[in-house]
Design a protein. Structure first.
Length: 133
């Protein structure tokens, strides 16, 4: 007989992200941006990515394999964007400060004064310190 499998745990979109989830996503996004960063598009043929693409790519990496990607993305991506929106530089530089969190982040990324160091510093400032157990 086939063993019974337990259902996948459901994602609670109202549950706040854990510091470990935030740290994992921003650390992965930072590594992607460090490999190559770009403005005015998601990704180029050389693999350089904008901040929003780096964050969405991080979702692919941190998602538990037994959870539906669309549900996981919906419950995690926007909250991660909202964390970055707390940083004053994002809204100051975005031409879309009152649009969706994703559009505001993209506007910050593409602003003429935004540099690679600005993007890396933004991620660093928002990576929570997670105590090692």
């Amino acid at each position: 007989p086939m063993p019974k499998t337990s259902p996948s745990p459901s994602i609670n979109p109202n549950k706040p992200l854990s510091p470990e989830e935030i740290r994992g996503a921003f650390t992965i996004a930072k590594a992607q941006v460090q490999r190559g960063w770009i403005k005015h598009r998601s990704e180029d043929p050389y693999g350089r990515v904008c901040l929003t693409r780096a964050m969405s790519n991080a979702m692919m990496v941190i998602r538990p394999k037994d959870q539906d990607f669309a549900d996981f993305f919906e419950s995690h991506y926007r909250p991660l964007c909202q964390i970055l929106l707390r940083d004053p530089i994002v809204k100051q530089r975005s031409p879309f400060p009152d649009f969706t969190p994703e559009a505001t982040i993209a506007g910050f990324n593409d602003h003429e004064e935004t540099t690679l160091q600005d993007v890396l510093s933004l991620l660093d400032r928002n990576i929570p310190v997670v105590p090692h157990v």
